[in-house]
Design a protein around this ligand. Structure first.
Ligand code: ADP
Ligand code: AMP
Length: 213
C-alpha cells in the first residue's frame, strides 16, 4: 500500500502517518524528518536545507527528489510506505509518478487532511517535537506522559524554530501557492481522498482506516 499524505503544515499528516505506519507495518517517510536529521548531523544537505526551512520556504526540488527516490528503493519500502511532506510541488509529484512508472508501479491513495488556516497557528505553537526520533506531540491535544520527554524514546521535546507564528504564516502561504495544487493533480489521477482534520486525532485515524479498508 502506497500512500501520500497531503494537507497544510500542522494539519496532522505526521501524526496520522505514524499511526498508519504502525497499523499496516509500512515505513513512514517524512522529508521534514530527513532534513532535520541532516541538520542535526550537520551534513552538507542539512546546511543547505536549513537556510530555506528557517525562512518557511521549500527546499529546492533538486535537493529533495533524488533523496526520496533513493529512499523508496530501499528494502523496507518494497511492501509500501506512507509519504509525509512529499511531494510538495507539482514537479515533485510528477517526478514521483515517473519514478514509480519506471518500475511499473503507481500511488494507491492521496489523503488530504483538511484543517482551516485559523486552527493551524494554534496547533503549531503547541506542537512539540522529539529531537531524537522526530515524534510529534501537542501540549494540549496530544500530551506526553512525562512533560518535555518523548513517550517513544525518552528524548527531549522542543518547539521547532519553524513553528513560531511568523514562520507558520509564511509556510501557510507557501502551502497554498505551491502544495495545494497537488489536490487537483491527485484528483485527476483518481486517487484523491479527503478527511476532516479538525476532529479528535483518533477520529481522524478512523476515517482514514475506512478509506484504506
Ligand atoms: P503535520 O505533520 O501535518 O505538520 P503534525 O502531525 O505534526 O502535523 O500535527 C501538528 C500538531 O497538531 C501536533 O502538535 C499534533 O500533536 C497536533 N494534532 C495533530 N492532529 C490533531 C487533531 N486531530 N486534533 C488536535 N491536534 C492535533
Ligand atoms: P515538515 O516537517 O514536513 O513540516 O517540513 C519542514 C520543512 O522542511 C518545510 O517547511 C520545508 O522547508 C522543508 N521540506 C520538507 N519536505 C519538503 C519537500 N518535499 N519539498 C521542499 N521542502 C521540504
Amino acid at each position: 500500500m502506497k500512500i501520500v499524505m497531503l494537507g497544510a503544515p500542522g494539519a496532522g499528516k505526521g501524526t496520522q502517518a505514524k499511526k498508519i505506519s504502525e497499523k499496516y507495518g509500512i515505513p513512514h517517510i517524512s522529508t521534514g524528518d530527513i532534513f532535520r536529521a541532516n541538520i542535526k548531523e550537520n551534513t552538507e544537505l542539512g546546511q543547505k536545507a536549513k537556510t530555506y526551512m528557517d525562512k518557511g520556504l521549500l527546499v529546492p526540488d533538486e535537493l529533495v527528489v533524488d533523496l526520496v527516490v533513493d529512499r523508496l528503493a530501499q528494502d523496507d519500502a518494497k511492501k509500501g510506505y506512507v509519504l509525509d511532506g512529499f511531494p510538495r510541488t507539482i514537479p515533485q509529484a510528477e517526478a514521483l509518478t515517473d519514478a514509480l512508472a519506471k518500475i511499473g508501479e503507481k500511488m494507491d491513495y492521496a489523503i488530504n487532511v483538511e484543517v482551516p488556516d485559523e486552527n493551524i497557528v494554534r496547533r503549531m505553537s503547541g506542537r512539540r517535537a522529539c529531537v531524537a526520533c522526530g515524534g510529534t506531540y501537542h501540549i494540549k491535544y496530544n500530551p506526553t506522559k512525562v512533560e518535555g520527554k518523548c513517550d517513544a524514546c525518552g528524548g527531549d521535546l522542543i518547539l521547532r524554530d519553524d513553528d513560531k507564528p511568523e514562520t507558520v504564516k509564511q509556510r501557510l502561504e507557501v502551502y497554498h501557492t505551491q502544495t495545494q495544487p497537488l489536490i487537483d493533480y491527485y484528483e485527476k489521477e483518481g486517487i484523491m481522498r479527503e478527511v476532516d482534520g479538525t476532529v479528535d486525532l483518533e477520529d481522524v485515524f478512523n476515517a482514514i482506516i475506512e478509506i484504506l479498508e
